[in-house]
Every structure is written in structure tokens, then in C-alpha cells.
Ligand binder design. Structure first.
Ligand SMILES: Cc1cc2nc3c(=O)[nH]c(=O)nc-3n(C[C@H](O)[C@H](O)[C@H](O)COP(=O)(O)OP(=O)(O)OC[C@H]3O[C@@H](n4cnc5c(N)ncnc54)[C@H](O)[C@@H]3O)c2cc1C
Length: 501
């Protein structure tokens, strides 16, 4: 570098300027780009994606059978009809996203192999500077944008959660985390133990059951399972009578939303009745004499953790066929031949698959600064779980857990588009969220109450997430789609929470 060349010259020689920068090309980033392109056609934008392809979750996870556990009429976008079976494979979801990219000419806007490392807001310029690295970790292009649309998800795609079990190194078989699955993992004819009983375990177990010697589901505590045929009778009927796909999508989506809302309410009001209904459905696949205790009787109410949806009851069919069994116990340590349990029993295994979940990643592991001061997300109040006090021109798409994540992508797509139009109309380029100044002494509380939703990956790292402000409903992520579907479109953009300049 010539000595005469200043830092500004270095940055500007690799610098791209856009109105809006979208972080991540998963289902959130692609949906957000669609809304931006269609609702704010005048805005320039790029999507930065660390991986070398789109899809996020649906690209990272490649274990056998990988599929959604939401129906795609609600996990799919509002604007793009879903035409396949309600529960979809990762490949079918990627194909759907591929079509959205092609139909809306989004491909040219995505910059793959581009990891965002640092975002700095400058109030004088009213711009974010976004620094990146390439796949080799070398510095990449620097981007400057007016608005940051964070669609980087909520977990670390590279480092899944693998507890440090004693004796792991003694195990002579293969131990792999489901998130790290690769073609070299061979389960045929093997004694397989899957650790965990969430959605991932419930997917990978039936997918391996026919070819493995036996699969054991080892869980610390039981999970709720909801079995149902993987068809939508309503969609099939509407198709039969010649209704167009866009109308079918709208109707079936409304039907699923209605059913989910009812289930959500009933899980709180009459959890025992809901569990009885879950049991009836399970018996259809597992057999009338299926014993629920001790492996299938959770100690919390339905929906306090995500209920694992089992299309066509496949997990229970494999249990009935004797190919799968469940063990509820804790790991004492790994041995050369398998896993020694706290009860003293030893589970022999050739292959152990850890379906033990994620490591939470707040804001994609990116460093943030506002006017030179580092942002500490763990001390920052959130406005509706989407914007953050004192952090201008930034929105995070953090979806729903008890309803499909993507429902919020559409809601927030409308919101950001409305906000950007509003700012143009009033001639402002900076919006900062301001906490209430009514004198109430609001406590900074954890992102979510543990009696609302408490899966391990959230509870382990809850302290890293932004904070609720007292018990004010606008200052939290309520996780309530139905409420937000009414409230978010009605947000007054000239309200006291929004400060413009
Ligand atoms: C196996 C599995 C099944 C699931 N099934 C469902 C389901 O059925 N229903 C449901 O509602 N939810 C489900 N979820 C949760 C799921 O993760 C979300 O619903 C949804 O896919 C998240 O989409 P996203 O685009 O927000 O994030 P992600 O899918 O995590 O994508 C984020 C993207 O951002 C990129 N990125 C992250 N950090 C950076 C950075 N610093 N720089 C550049 N790029 C970055 C990542 O590489 C990734 O491509 C499932 C999760 C898993 C793991």
C-alpha cells in the first residue's frame, strides 16, 4: 500500500453503497428481499450470506429425513402458494426458495461467501458501515447502507451444542452432532443411539430405522408429539373442485392459523385435554395398547417447548415395529462400547447421533457499534423484539416459536417497507427507538419468560439476548402472532417510540 493512501481510500476502493442491506439468505432474508423489492422498488439493496448458497437452516441441516415441523402453508410465505404436502423436506423448501429467488430476480442481489463481521453506525452520515470477510477469513468488500435488515437467524450454523460428556474420547464408535451430518456417516446395520427427543431426533430416528440394526432414542426428559397424516384435506378438496392455487394457499393458511390459535389457547387453558387428544392420535400409529409412561409423559404443559410434529406418525410406527425404542435417563459417561447411564445401564452403540440442539447466536456473531460505542445487546431493551433502543435504522427478524417463524417475515416485511416510505415522506434518514420517558422505573427483564417458552438453547444463553422493558407489551417479543398481526400494521410511526432526524 502506498504511504500516501489513507484508510478512507482503502475502504472506498472496496466499498459498495446501497440503501438497505439484508444480513443472511435464509428463509427470512429471501422473504424480506421480496418485500423490499415489491413494496419499495426504488430502494437498492444487497443480501450478504456467509455460506455459498441460500436456504440457511434448510441448507445447513443435511441429516437423514430433514424436514419442517410446521406446515408449509404457514411456514411458506404469504405471497407464494405452497403446493406440496404440508410437512416438507429441506430439499422441497430449498426448491421453493429457489423459485422465489428466480421469480423475483433476487439472485443478482445475493453476495455469497460473505460473512459480516462488524457493523458501525455513524450518525453524522446516517449510515451503517458493514465490514465483511470472505471464506478464507480475509477482509472482503465493505458495504455502506442506510438501513440494516438483520435476517441472520438465531443460532450458530458452524458450532452446534454438544455437551462435554465424560469419556467421549474412549468411545470406539462414531459420535456426530446432527447439525454436522455428512455423507460419510453410515448407519446401515449399526446400533444407533440418538441423544435427544426434540424435532431433530423425531425426524432422524424414523429415517434411519429401516436400515439401522436398531435405533434407541435416549432422552433426559419426555417431549410432546403431535401425530397427523401429512395431507391437507382442505387443500385436496379445493384442488379437486378447481380452485386456483393462490386461493387454496390463502384458505389453507387461514385454516392452519385458526387451528394453531385454538391449540395455543387450549394448551394453556386445558393442557390435560390437549394431551389426551395427542395420545389418541399417537395410538392410531403406535397401537391401542401403547404405554405412554414413562417415556412419553412430559412434565411441562404442551407448547411450553415446541411440540414435535410427526407426519404420518412415522416415529411411532417404527416403535410399534420394534425398530426404535426409547430410554429416559441421563448420561454418566461414554464407554468404549457406548453410553453408561446414571441408572447403571449401558447402551451399546456403533453410532451416536447428538440431537442436542443449537448454540444461540445473537446477531450472527457480528460486532456492533453506534457512533464509536460498542453495542451490548444483553443490556439493550427491545421494541417488540424487532428494533432496539439506541440502535438506529436496524430491524431483526426474529420469528415465532409456537407458530411458523416465517409468519413474522411477512409481517415485518410490511412494517419495514412502511417505515422506509414514511421516512422518505417526512424527509428523515435516521430512526432511533426511544424507551418510554413516563418516569416508570422499568426493570430490564429477560427476552422471554421461561413459563412462556423455555427450550434449552434459549435458557442456556438467555442472558445474551436483548431485554424486555418491565411488563410493557410493546417492549417485548410477545411470541403471539395473532396479536401482532393486528398490532404491527397499526403501529403509529409518529409515535413517541420513534425519534427521527
Ligand atoms: C432442522 C430444523 C427444522 C426447523 N423447522 C422449523 C419449522 O418447521 N418451523 C419453524 O417455524 N421453524 C423451524 N425451525 C427454526 C428455523 O431455523 C427457522 O424457522 C427459520 O428457518 C430461520 O430462518 P432464518 O432465515 O431467520 O435463519 P437461518 O435459517 O438461520 O438463516 C440465516 C442465514 O444467515 C446467515 N448468516 C448468519 N450470520 C451471518 C453473518 N454474520 N454474515 C453473513 N451471513 C450470516 C447464515 O449463514 C444463514 O444462511 C427449524 C430449525 C431447524 C434447525
Amino acid at each position: 500500500m502506498s504511504e500516501a493512501l489513507g484508510m478512507a481510500d482503502v475502504v472506498s476502493s472496496h466499498c459498495e453503497d446501497v440503501d438497505v442491506l439484508i444480513a443472511g439468505a435464509g428463509i427470512s432474508g429471501i422473504g424480506s428481499a421480496y418485500h423490499l423489492r415489491t413494496q419499495c422498488p426504488g430502494k437498492s439493496f444487497v443480501i450478504l450470506e456467509a455460506q455459498d448458497g441460500f436456504g440457511g437452516t434448510w441448507r445447513t441441516h443435511t441429516y437423514p429425513g430433514v424436514r419442517s415441523d410446521s406446515d408449509l402453508y404457514t411456514f411458506g410465505y404469504r405471497f407464494k402458494p405452497w403446493v406440496g404436502p404440508p410437512i416438507a423436506t429441506a430439499q422441497a423448501i430449498r426448491d421453493y426458495l429457489d423459485e422465489v429467488i428466480a421469480e423475483n430476480d433476487l439472485d443478482g442481489a445475493i453476495r455469497y461467501r460473505t460473512r459480516i463481521t462488524r457493523c458501525s453506525w455513524d450518525s453524522a452520515e446516517r449510515k451503517w458501515t458493514v465490514e465483511t470477510t470472505g471464506p478464507d477469513g480475509a477482509p472482503g468488500t465493505t458495504y455502506r447502507c442506510n438501513f440494516l435488515w438483520m435476517c441472520q437467524g438465531y443460532y450458530d450454523h458452524d458450532n452446534p451444542y454438544l455437551p462435554d460428556w465424560p469419556g467421549k474420547e474412549d468411545f470406539r464408535g462414531q459420535l456426530i452432532h446432527a447439525q454436522k451430518w455428512h455423507d460419510g456417516v453410515d448407519y446401515r446395520g449399526k446400533r444407533v443411539v440418538v441423544i435427544g427427543s426434540g424435532a431433530t431426533a423425531a425426524t432422524v430416528i424414523p429415517a434411519m430405522a429401516d436400515e439401522a440394526a436398531h435405533v434407541t432414542m435416549l432422552q433426559r426428559s419426555p417431549t410432546y408429539f403431535f401425530c397427523y397424516p401429512n395431507v391437507s384435506d382442505l387443500a385436496d378438496r379445493l384442488r379437486l373442485i378447481g380452485v386456483d392455487e393462490a386461493t387454496i394457499h390463502r384458505c389453507v393458511r387461514l385454516d392452519y392459523l385458526h387451528n394453531l390459535k385454538t391449540l395455543d389457547r387450549r394448551s394453556m387453558e386445558e393442557p390435560d385435554a390437549v394431551f389426551d387428544e395427542f395420545k389418541q392420535m399417537i395410538r392410531l400409529y403406535a397401537g391401542e395398547d401403547f404405554e405412554f409412561a414413562p417415556h412419553f409423559t412430559p412434565s411441562y404443559r404442551p407448547w411450553q417447548q415446541r411440540v414435535a410434529f410427526i407426519p404420518d406418525g412415522d416415529l411411532f410406527v417404527k416403535i410399534r415395529e420394534g425398530k426404535v425404542s426409547a430410554v429416559t435417563d441421563q448420561i454418566e459417561r461414554f464407554t468404549a462400547d457406548g453410553i453408561l447411564l446414571k441408572s447403571g445401564e449401558e447402551l451399546k452403540a456403533d453410532l451416536v447421533v447428538a440431537a442436542t440442539g443449537f448454540n444461540l447466536s445473537v446477531m450472527g456473531g457480528i460486532e456492533f457499534a453506534v457512533d464509536g460505542a460498542a453495542v451490548d445487546w444483553s443490556r439493550t431493551p427491545t421494541y417488540r423484539g424487532m428494533m432496539f433502543a439506541g440502535v438506529p435504522n436496524l430491524l431483526w427478524v426474529f420469528g415465532y416459536f409456537r407458530a411458523a417463524w416465517t409468519l413474522r417475515v411477512d409481517l415485518l416485511g410490511d412494517f419495514v417497507s412502511r417505515l422506509l416510505h414514511y421516512m422518505d415522506k417526512v424527509g428523515k434518514r435516521q430512526v432511533t427507538i426511544v424507551p418510554p420517558t413516563d418516569g416508570a422505573n422499568d426493570e430490564l427483564l429477560p427476552w422471554i419468560e421461561d413459563d412462556n417458552f423455555n427450550p434449552g438453547y434459549l435458557m442456556r444463553d438467555l442472558d445474551k439476548l436483548p431485554k424486555r422493558l418491565g411488563d410493557r407489551p410493546e417492549w417485548r417479543h410477545t411470541q403471539n402472532y395473532w396479536r401482532e398481526a393486528e398490532e404491527i400494521p397499526a403501529i403509529a410511526l409518529d409515535g413517541p417510540e420513534f425519534s427521527y432526524r
